[in-house]
Design a protein around this ligand. Structure first.
Ligand SMILES: [Zn+2]
Ligand SMILES: [Zn+2]
Length: 114
């Protein structure tokens, strides 16, 4: 059986660019040495404040993180540019603080006689 493995469709799925913390589209992605990636705001909250330990695999990344912060290379710019190209609308929404997954929920007033 000859299966052509080389033929692989490139799928632009938002799930490939998901933050491991907030499970939403990565904005300003920070890629840790252990290959876990998360948005910069999530990094600040979950890694910086946790003494630079990866929240997923508990790897210590203190020296790496300090170096990146000093050099201003914390955000993976190539990846960030790519994500913005692929999902411009989603990025805008995330940056504006909108929850992309939220649906318009209508509150129905309950009958309150009694
Ligand atoms: Zn996040
Ligand atoms: Zn990790």
């Amino acid at each position: 059986m000859a299966v052509n493995k080389a033929f692989k469709a490139s799928i632009c799925s938002a799930s490939e660019y998901k933050c491991v913390i907030c499970l939403q589209l990565l904005i300003e992605p920070v890629v840790l040495p252990c290959k876990h990636e998360m948005c910069k705001p999530c990094f600040r909250k979950n890694v910086e404040e946790a003494n630079f330990v990866c929240p997923m695999c508990r790897k210590r990344i203190a020296s790496w993180a300090r170096k990146c912060i000093r050099e201003g290379t914390l955000v993976d710019q190539n990846r960030w540019n790519l994500i913005q190209k692929l999902f411009p609308k989603k990025c805008l929404k995330r940056l504006q603080g909108d929850d992309d997954d939220s649906e318009d929920e209508v509150m129905y007033p309950l009958g309150s006689d009694g």
